[in-house]
Design a protein around this ligand. Sequence first.
Ligand code: GDP
Ligand code: MG
Length: 168
Amino acid sequence: KSGFVAIIGRPNVGKSTLLNRIVGEKIAIMSDKAQTTRNKIQGIYTTDDAQVVFIDTPGVHKPQNSLGDFMVKSAFSALHEADAIWFVVDASQERGRGDNFIIDRLKEVKSTPIYLIINKIDLLPKDQLFEVINSYQEDAPQWAEVFPISATEGDNVPELLDGVIDQL
Ligand code: GDP
Ligand code: MG
């Protein structure tokens, strides 16, 4: 089994921390060398029977200054070409404009399963998790699955990987 996973999310939600946990030092090596026209390979996770390539999707993040239409469109085709999309949000902060900017674009993605990854659950009282998950259900695409995780603690990260590999 093999496939591409596109990871997106506004800055500081923990994308790099999650990738570091999954692929470790390979990130640094890959991100220097591998670059396709649209996507930067962030790392590769390999097991005996599966290989998952993680790609960055430049331009899907809310443009800070004058990011052109072209970049945004390129980023979108990356989302369509991926086998799965991991949309990462921060459990310790309310859904905001940065999240909504990406969610609006994700609504246009039709054929790629989108996983909602609620990171930093170590910062969240357990009884608030349901509320956080709920806040990402309205005005959003249909999530293939929702994974509450902690990238720093590693909570639920193996399950997340199993989930995406199963689907490849
Ligand atoms: P990125 O911009 O999405 O790549 O986010 P980073 O991976 O750089 O993380 C931003 C900050 O959030 C860093 O200070 C991380 O240590 C912190 N962070 C990431 N994941 C977690 C988590 O699961 N729990 C906590 N408490 N902090 C986290
Ligand atoms: Mg990062």
